[in-house]
Ligand binder design. Structure first.
Ligand code: ADP
Length: 729
């Protein structure tokens, strides 16, 4: 049976058990793997040896039986459990047990011994468990908050262990019941000093290093250096080394004065120990502060051995060491926190500088009054004035009131609304003027309100120049076109007078007695002159429309009779070609309308003329109906339908352009200039309508157009009728 089918048949419970077993196996494998990593095993062994040795030393430096000035093994224990992991907890038990039996000669099988060690290991393992949750592995003491959290947990554990540990020892009469309060207090203070000076030192300087190596060994690859911000760590040049030596000397001197010299008769001199602590903490932040407090405490231990103190002084000294260590720790954290925020600011500034360099724009910061608070640019020559001159000055001062006004208004608006805006502005640059596009956005202060704005400025002078050139070119082209149309309009007008002369005279001669040959020639002159006149009036109309000079002359007229009058004339031409011209006006169409009857006639003549021209047999129809009507306006829909040659689909849109015909053979076969529909389209547009065509090649065409006419108001019509009647009377 393969494993897959086995899994399928398993019940959920069995599945869970299998999963649990797999996890267990994984953990065992992990543990075995850890045992092969020297970076985990060696520190474990060293820890046990160091623990026992430090414990031994504490016995050596003991203040009174069973209780020492401070107890470093606890500091080591919490650092290892917190920094390297809770897996080291059994080792702390072993180390504690061996140390108790070897150094304090506690009975190995006594319940009190086990209880005391259990309390200590349990208390500090619990504390380490919490510390691992509240402190960052790679940067444990970055802020004052970190320090307070650490102190809360560590000192809480010290109260627990310091209170219960001696109680266990009183059981065996190892400590007398009467000595318990003093022993408990001293135990608590001794542990606390170790937790305050040794643990932070190890967590900051030793465990990250060990962990990194252990990880590297596990993964066989280089892990980048942990993100421990070495703020406060100054570059050690000659001056740095000198300062360091002076600081070490100051610690030694303070220790000697406080413990070794005869000056130290009163407690006041204890406070000398603050001086080197503060100095080092201020100069080197948390890393320096942890070193200083550790050295001070070790030094105090040594000095106590060299120059023993009386019991009373020792009790006070223990407290003092705790307070000095706490001060160093807090001050160091404060300095580190400040330096880290300063570093953040410097990084922010560098990032901004890099961004400004990358976007190739100038960045300004203004306040609401238009004062320049900051300028960032990679190219100072892009600034209208040197940066030094701009900084701190207001726009009014630098560019004058007129340039500044729209600017300041925009800035104030952006600050008030919190909404970004764009502004285009020009500023004098020596003798020239340059244009900029500014994008203004508010800078919100921590309280949420904006007090200053940031503006990025892009030089858009080339674009502006191109726009100006384009506008000038367009104006020139329009002026030229206007002049051309005017010229055409004038010249066509001038042509018409002599043409009418030629036509008139030709007609007069035709009315006289002439021989047939002469008549034939004169008929040809008349036809040519006719079409020339027609062409001229087309050109005149077209150029008038183009020049915007054609205006409609609206008046009231009767639509159907006007239509009939126009088409009647054309019917004659149609009949000559053997085709019929019919028209129908829908009864709904108003009798009288207001519009330009002459231009409507021109449109109809063009369209019906084309229809007759391009139709060989059949009929041409004109239909008129109402499309839309309101109280004072009516839109009429005209249709001119023929059964002629039709227009191919792809040609239908181009026939409305000037000088264009559907086919190159059209002129040859039918004559014409290609201007008629162009003029008609413009006329229809002027009459608030539109023109379009429906046609099939070879099937005939229908030209549609709409025209908007005004309507005669009832009262007006009545009044006019009455007036006429009065006139008649
Ligand atoms: P033209 O003076 O050449 O008639 P138009 O602008 O009036 O100029 O017409 C443009 C072209 O549109 C014509 O040359 C012709 O090819 C086509 N066209 C116009 N009306 C019709 C129609 N009723 N039937 C077929 N083709 C037409």
């Amino acid at each position: 049976m393969n494993p897959a089918s086995k899994t399928q048949r398993n019940s959920p419970d069995e599945g869970r058990t299998a999963l649990g077993e797999a996890r267990q196996e994984h953990k065992v494998a992990e543990f075995l793997k850890a045992l092969r990593n020297p970076w985990r095993v060696v520190p474990g062994i060293i820890f046990v040896i160091l623990y026992i040795t430090l414990d031994r030393l504490t016995v050596f430096f003991q203040m009174w039986q069973g209780v020492s000035a401070w107890y470093p093994p606890v500091g080591l224990e919490v650092a290892v459990l917190t920094g390297l992991g809770l897996a080291y907890a059994p080792l702390t038990f072993v180390a504690g047990f061996v140390a108790s039996v070897l150094n304090y000669h506690l009975a190995p099988f006594a319940l009190s011994t086990w209880a005391m060690i259990g309390i200590s290991v349990g208390g500090y393992t619990g504390a380490s468990y919490l510390l691992r949750r509240v402190l960052r592995d790679d940067a444990p003491f970055q802020t004052l908050g970190d320090v307070f959290r650490y102190l809360g947990v560590a000192l809480g554990a010290a109260v627990f262990v310091g209170g219960l540990g001696p109680l266990a020892l009183t059981w065996d009469k190892f400590i007398l019941r009467s000595d318990y309060p003093r022993a408990a207090l001293s135990w608590f203070v001794g542990d606390s000093v170790a937790l305050v000076c040794l643990t932070p030192f190890l967590l900051l300087h030793v465990t990250p290093w060990l962990r990194r190596h252990a990880k590297n060994y596990d993964q066989r690859e280089q892990i980048p250096a942990a993100n421990v911000k070495r703020v406060g760590a100054k570059a050690f040049g000659a001056r740095g080394s000198l300062e360091l030596t002076a600081q070490a000397g100051s610690i030694a001197l303070a220790l000697w004065i406080v413990f070794g010299s005869h000056l130290a008769q009163s407690y006041e001199l204890f406070y000398l120990l603050f001086l080197p602590t503060l100095w080092i903490a201020v100069r080197h932040g948390m890393p320096g502060a942890t070193c200083a407090t550790l050295v001070l405490n070790l030094g105090a231990m040594v000095m106590l051995k060299i120059a023993p103190e009386d019991m009373q002084r020792l009790g006070v000294l223990q407290f003092l060491m705790l307070i000095v260590s706490l001060t160093g720790l807090c001050l160091g954290a404060l300095i580190t926190e400040r330096e880290s925020s300063e570093q953040g600011l410097r990084e922010g500034e560098a990032r901004l500088q890099a961004m400004v360099g990358a976007i190739d724009e100038i960045v300004f910061e203004f306040d609401g009054a238009g004062r320049i608070r900051n300028v960032w640019t990679t190219n100072e020559s892009a600034l209208a004035r040197p940066k030094k001159e701009l900084m701190g000055s207001s726009i009014q001062q630098v560019f004058g009131e007129e340039v500044a006004r729209p600017f300041v208004e925009t800035l104030q608006r952006v600050i008030a609304t919190g909404q970004g805006e764009s502004i285009e502005y020009s500023i004098p640059f020596g003798s020239a003027v340059r244009w900029f596009l500014g994008r203004v956005s508010p800078i919100h202060s921590p309280d949420g309100a904006a007090k200053t704005v940031c503006m990025t400025a892009r030089d858009i002078t080339p674009r502006k120049q191109a726009e100006d050139d384009l506008r000038r070119a367009k104006e020139a082209a329009e002026a030229a076109s206007q002049a051309k149309s005017e010229f055409l309009a004038n010249i066509s007008h001038e042509f018409r007078t002599p043409m009418n002369g030629i036509l008139g005279m030709t007609e007069l001669i035709l009315d006289t007695e002439i021989n047939p040959e002469q008549r034939e020639y004169l008929e040809m002159v008349k036809t040519s002159a006719d079409s020339l006149l027609h062409l001229l009036s087309d050109i005149l109309d077209f150029s008038k429309v183009e020049a915007g000079k054609l205006e409609l002359v609206d008046h009231e007229f009767a639509l159907a009779p006007s239509l009939a009058e126009t088409l009647q004339v054309m019917r004659f031409r149609a009949q000559q070609k053997g085709i019929e011209l019919l028209w129908r006006v829908d009864p709904n169409v108003p009798e009288r309308v207001i519009g330009d009857a002459t231009r409507l006639r021109q449109v109809l003549v063009n369209l019906v003329g084309n229809a007759i021209k391009f139709t060989a047999r059949g009929e041409v129809r004109v239909d008129v109906e109402t499309q839309e009507q309101s109280e004072d306006r009516v839109i009429l829909h005209f249709r001119v339908t023929d059964s002629g040659i039709g227009i191919a689909k792809e040609k239908q849109s181009m026939i409305f352009e000037a000088f264009t015909q559907a086919d190159s053979s059209t002129t040859r076969n039918y004559g014409g200039t290609g201007l008629g529909l162009a003029i008609t389209t413009r006329l229809v547009t002027l009459m608030e309508g539109k023109l379009w065509v429906e046609s099939e090649w070879g099937q005939g065409s229908t030209f549609h157009f709409t025209v908007t006419f005004g309507l005669v108001q009832q009262e007006q019509a009545l009044a006019m009728r009455n007036q006429n009647r009065e006139g008649a009377l």
